[in-house]
Write a new protein. Structure first.
Ligand code: 3SL
Length: 245
C-alpha cells in the first residue's frame, strides 16, 4: 500500500459534503443493489450507464435520446418505476437485454450517492462481484481514498459497510492502516467480525428484509457472490463506463 495517504469511509450519502471529495479517489458502494446492478450491466455488455438523481432528470435525458439505443432503468423504494424498461434487479440485466445499450439509471440511494460524488478526482463503483478488480484500481491510486456507502435514506446499511471493510482488508493485507480515519476503522472492524460469512450476514440486514418483502430474495444471493467479474466501472464525463474499455 505504498502510495496510500488517508483512507476514510462515509456511511451514507448524507454523511459528507461534496467539497470533502475534491482531489480524492472515491469508490461508491451500494451492494443491495445499485452498484451490483451497474457492475452486472457492464459485465454483460452495456455501453454506458448514466446515473441520475431523480425521475425528472431521467425523463429529461430520455426525451432527448434515440430510444432504440437507450434503456430507462431503476427503482423507487425498491420497486420498478412505471414506464421504465428495467427495474433494479441485477438479474434483469442480461447480455440479451443490455448488450450494446446505454442505460439511464435512477435509484433511491445509489445513483444519488454517485451524483453527489461527481467532483472527486476519480470515481469507481464497487460491489462484491468485482471487489478484486476495484482493489487493483485503488492500488494504482496516489490520492487519498474515500469509500462512500450509499446506505438507505441517510442511514447506515450493514452490507455496504461490510464491503468497505473488505476493501480495506484487501488493501492493507489485513492490518488496519495507520492512515485510517474513524469511518475506515469501523468498517475494518465490521469486516473482521463478520467477513467470514458474507452471504448469511447480509441476509440478516435491514435491506435484505426489505428485499424479501419485495420477493427479491434471489438478488441477495446474487449480490453476495465474490469476484465473478473483473470489470472496473468508472465515471467519466457523467457516464459510467469500463475503466480500460
Ligand atoms: O437505493 C438504491 O439505490 C437501490 O439499490 C435500492 S433497492 O435495492 O433497489 O431497493
Amino acid at each position: 500500500m505504498a502510495n496510500l495517504k488517508t483512507l476514510d469511509v462515509f456511511f451514507s450519502l448524507n454523511s459528507f459534503q461534496e467539497e470533502e471529495l475534491r482531489d480524492k479517489a472515491v469508490v461508491v458502494i451500494d451492494v443491495l443493489r445499485a452498484s451490483s446492478t451497474i457492475v452486472t450491466a457492464l459485465m454483460n455488455g452495456a455501453k454506458a450507464i448514466i446515473p441520475v438523481s431523480d425521475m425528472g432528470e431521467a425523463s429529461k435525458i430520455a426525451q432527448n435520446v434515440d430510444s432504440e439505443n437507450y434503456l430507462l432503468c431503476g427503482e423507487k423504494d425498491g420497486i420498478k418505476i412505471e414506464g421504465y424498461d428495467l427495474g433494479n434487479s441485477p438479474r434483469e440485466y442480461t447480455p440479451e437485454v443490455v448488450g450494446g445499450k446505454k442505460l439511464i439509471f435512477n435509484t433511491t440511494n445509489g445513483t444519488k450517492a454517485i451524483k453527489k460524488s461527481i467532483g472527486s478526482s476519480n470515481l469507481y463503483i464497487a460491489s462484491f462481484l468485482n471487489v478484486n478488480a476495484i482493489l487493483k484500481a485503488l492500488k494504482e491510486e496516489t490520492k487519498d481514498i474515500v469509500l462512500i456507502c450509499a446506505g438507505w435514506k441517510g442511514r447506515l446499511a450493514f452490507e455496504d459497510m461490510l464491503l468497505a471493510g473488505n476493501i480495506i482488508h484487501l488493501l492493507s493485507d489485513g492490518e488496519l492502516p495507520d492512515s485510517s480515519r474513524d469511518g475506515a476503522k469501523v468498517a475494518f472492524g465490521l469486516y473482521d467480525k463478520y467477513g467470514d460469512d458474507v452471504t448469511s450476514v447480509v441476509h440478516q440486514s435491514n435491506h435484505a428484509a426489505r428485499l424479501n418483502e419485495l420477493e427479491a430474495t434471489d438478488d441477495i444471493d446474487y449480490c453476495c457472490q465474490i469476484d465473478i467479474t473483473d470489470v472496473i466501472p468508472r465515471l467519466k464525463e457523467g457516464m459510467i463506463t469500463l475503466k480500460n474499455g
